[in-house]
Design a protein around this ligand. Structure first.
Ligand code: AMP
Ligand code: MG
Length: 190
C-alpha cells in the first residue's frame, strides 16, 4: 500500500493526530523508538539523550533505523524532519534514510509556537529543550521539501491548533483517504 511519514516539532501533538488514523489499516512505527532500541544495546538509557549523542553515532543509529523501517510496507512513520542537536539541526530524513523508506507522502504537523511552548510545559514525561520553535518549524519545512525532492514524495500540512484536534484529525484522514484511493486506482489498472 503506501508509506506515510509524519513529522513535527516535539510537543506539536503528532502522535495524537496519527493515532486517530489507526482505523485506516496502517501500522504505526516510531522512528525514535526504533533508534532508541538500538541505542539501548549500547548503554543509552534515556530517550531524550539520543539527540545529545555525538552526531556520528546519531547518524549510525538513524541509518540502522531507516533501513529497518525501509523494509516495511503500509506504515505511518512517526519521526522528525529535523532534530535539534548541540551542533545544529540534523536532518531527520537525509538522502540515505529517505531513499531507504521511499515515502509516498511527508506530512508536517504544525501549530503556533506559543501553543507548542504551552503544550511542552504541561508534559513532564519528556525532557524538552528550550528552542526557537518558529525557526525549528521553518527548518522542518525546508528539510521536508529537500526529502520530497529526492524521492518524489508529496508534502502535506496538518495544522494542529489549540482546541482544534478534530480539524487536525480530519485533515490527516483526508490525506490518507486520497492515498488509498490512488493506490486502488493503480491496482484497478494493473
Ligand atoms: P520522539 O519520541 O519522536 O521525539 O523521538 C525520540 C528521539 O529519537 C528524538 O529526540 C531524536 O533524538 C530521535 N529521532 C527520531 N526520529 C529521528 C530521525 N529521523 N533521525 C534522527 N533521530 C531521530
Ligand atoms: Mg511523539
Amino acid at each position: 500500500m503506501s508509506i506515510v511519514i509524519v513529522t513535527g516539532v516535539p510537543g506539536v501533538g503528532k502522535s495524537t493526530v496519527m493515532n486517530a488514523a489507526k482505523d485506516f489499516g496502517y501500522n504505526i512505527v516510531n522512528f525514535g523508538t526504533t533508534m532508541f532500541e538500538e541505542a539501548q544495546k549500547e548503554g543509552v538509557s534515556k530517550r531524550d539523550d539520543l539527540r545529545k549523542l555525538p552526531v556520528d553515532v546519531q547518524k549510525r543509529l538513524q541509518r540502522q533505523a531507516g533501513e529497518k523501517i525501509g523494509q516495511m510496507d503500509n506504515v505511518i512513520v512517526d519521526t522528525h524532519a529535523s532534530i535539534l542537536t548541540p551542533s545544529g539541526y540534523l536532518p531527520g530524513l537525509p538522502e540515505w534514510t529517505v531513499k531507504a523508506i521511499m515515502p509516498n507522502t511527508i506530512v508536517l504537523v504544525e501549530a503556533l509556537p506559543d501553543e507548542i511552548e504551552n503544550r511542552r510545559s504541561k508534559d513532564t514525561s519528556r525532557a524538552r529543550d528550550s528552542d526557537d520553535i518558529g525557526l525549528h518549524q521553518r527548518i522542518n519545512r525546508e528539510y521536508a521539501i529537500a526529502a520530497a525532492f529526492m524521492t518524489g514524495a508529496t508534502v502535506g500540512f496538518v495544522p494542529n491548533n489549540d482546541n482544534k484536534i478534530d480539524v487536525a484529525v480530519e485533515e490527516f484522514k483526508k490525506i490518507l483517504e486520497k492515498l488509498i484511493l490512488f493506490a486502488e486506482l493503480i491496482l484497478s489498472q494493473m
